[in-house]
Write a protein that binds this ligand. Structure first.
Ligand SMILES: Nc1ncnc2c1ncn2[C@@H]1O[C@H](COP(=O)(O)OP(=O)(O)OP(=O)(O)O)[C@@H](O)[C@H]1O
Ligand code: SF4
Ligand SMILES: [Mg+2]
Length: 363
């Protein structure tokens, strides 16, 4: 799947003013232009227990969905998170938005440790970190009007806006390219792309600082994907948002991400800025993912190297020991089966977890 060039990261200025949403205090800023860290994740783990028995349920194993993630993000950046199905991308997003409680590790948002904060204490943070979901069909209640769906965050948080909730919702609809007249319509009257715009409007209602976008364009046609990605970039510039953008493949995140984390079976295997990751990838798994990304030049497309990954992703219930990728890696040697490769910084900002990293040009 390709994402048209129209989706290239831009800083287009919009003439439209920001939507009048709930009153917010300004985001904390750092004096002296220091790097403004918005999110810190340290040793994050989520193990889902597998139980057996009818009367007395006994834990027999764990699904290691997320197994020791550490990274930080600065305000306004977009982190792409990529990997095959089941590698823990959505679980990571749900841990950061605290829809799930971590088994271990730490999530610090704007300097506040929110790892084990109670639901009541999380209330203000819920405004700051929002989520956009993959399926624009199931994520909108078919029985509610667009006005009720987009206005729900105001109701849930008990927030009144200066102009009234109806007017604020209509401004949000305009901000995402819909019409204020859509206020009384129902989700079934909209296309997939329009429904995703409604999901984005709902996520923007409380003026969040960060949005976890969980495969927001995977269910859409390629042409519509570009429009939705453009919209996300526009509102990011306008509202100074930080994004975690989850996707299955590297082509989708290329044009929106500043940095990219490649995940395999609950772990980050490569983490780099956009240019380094696409032009100088080091991990065999990243090589395989990149070789599947089509290139626009048909001549190059015909001649370039293809790496076909064989076999399915092993189960996170019983992941392979040491390097989890060794069962599918064409470079695997004995050490890969016995010693886990640590995630090491091999170039400034470029981390990789592999005993035999190698630079390859694939796109
Ligand atoms: N509530 C849960 N209970 C038990 N296991 C779970 C639960 N949620 C997720 N898992 C398991 O954790 C692993 C990671 O799931 P997750 O949904 O995070 O993957 P993903 O990378 O988002 O996959 P996809 O690309 O298919 O959305 C999977 O093996 C999944 O079956
Ligand atoms: S550590 Fe070994 S098995 Fe794992 S990715 Fe590197 S070469 Fe392949
Ligand atoms: Mg997912």
């Amino acid at each position: 799947m390709t994402t048209p060039d129209a989706t290239k990261k831009t800083t287009r200025a919009r003439t439209k003013p920001p939507a009048a949403t709930a009153e917010r205090e300004e985001a904390p800023s750092k004096p002296g232009g220091a790097k403004d860290v918005i999110l810190e994740v340290d040793g994050l783990e989520k193990y889902f227990p597998v139980t057996q028995g009818i009367l007395f349920r006994k834990k027999v194993a764990d699904v290691k969905a997320v197994d020791g993630l550490s990274f930080s993000m600065t305000r306004g950046e977009t982190l792409g998170v990529v990997g095959e199905s089941g590698c823990g991308k959505s679980t990571t997003g749900r841990l950061i938005t605290r829809l799930l409680e971590p088994t271990a590790g730490k999530v610090v948002f704007e300097g506040r440790d929110i790892t084990h904060t109670s639901q009541a204490q999380l209330r203000p943070t819920r405004r700051d970190i929002q989520m956009i979901f993959q399926d624009p069909y199931s994520s909108l209640n078919p029985r509610q009007t667009i006005g009720a769906i987009v206005g729900a965050p105001f109701q849930i948080q008990g927030i009144q806006t200066e102009k009234g909730i109806k007017r604020s919702v209509q401004e949000l609809l305009e901000l995402v390219g819909l019409s204020p007249e859509h206020y009384n319509r129902y989700p079934h009257e909209f296309s997939g792309g329009q429904r995703q715009r409604i999901g984005i409007a709902r996520a923007l209602a409380l003026r969040p600082r960060m949005i976890v976008c969980d495969e927001p364009v995977s269910a859409l046609d390629v042409s519509i994907q570009a429009q939705v990605i453009n919209l996300l970039q526009d509102v990011q510039t306008e509202l100074d948002l930080t994004y975690i953008f989850i996707a299955h493949d590297l082509s989708v995140v290329r044009h929106i991400s500043d940095r990219v984390a490649v995940m395999y079976l609950g772990k980050i295997v490569e983490f780099a800025d956009n240019t380094s990751l696409y032009e100088r990838p080091l991990h065999p798994y990243t090589h395989a993912l990149l070789s599947a990304v089509p290139v626009p030049d048909p001549e190059r497309e015909k001649t370039r190297e293809r790496i076909l990954l064989t076999g399915d992703v092993p189960s996170p219930l019983n992941p392979p020991p040491a390097c989890r990728f060794h069962t599918r890696c064409w470079k695997a040697q004995e050490i890969c089966k016995t010693v886990e490769p640590p995630l090491l910084e091999l170039a400034p900002g470029h981390q990789v977890a592999c005993h035999f990293p190698e630079e390859r040009v694939l796109v």
